[in-house]
Design a binder for this molecule. Sequence first.
Ligand SMILES: [Zn+2]
Length: 168
Amino acid sequence: MEPYLYCPLCAERLDLVMMHGRNRKFCPSCSWVHYINPLPVAIAFTVNKNDDLLLVRRAHEPAFNEWSLPGGFLEAGEDASDACLRELMEETSLKGTIENLIGIYQKEVEVYGSLLVLAYRVRVTDASIAINHELFEAGFYPQHLIPDVRIPLHQEIIRDAALYELVH
Ligand SMILES: [Zn+2]
């Protein structure tokens, strides 16, 4: 993420000032402050009726060609759980229902900056997949035989989903 150089309200050159414990861009003319907030993301840990796990191979950056869980950014005004099911539907045509929240995660990603990630466990009954342009492939795998997931956040969500199952 490129930092702002000029005030988006009045076009004055921004200063860098220490404010509320962080260095922030500040407009000396109109007092606008650049508060940087994370982008919210919803991720779907999706299982079918046999508890097989849905994994997708990404056809776009970041993590091009990597196996992952489906998911994407929330739209403004959208419930996180709705965003989770919408992203699942857009990527795979699967219609799911939310079972539970697995966890909330904070990640720094070079292209997007700070992300706030909400991971849900999702159940699908009709498991016929039709992928969109964002993916190379998608499939349900027995949870002990899944492809090699190398994205640390997604590894963490998969671990946490298993832990959640153990304690509930
Ligand atoms: Zn200004």
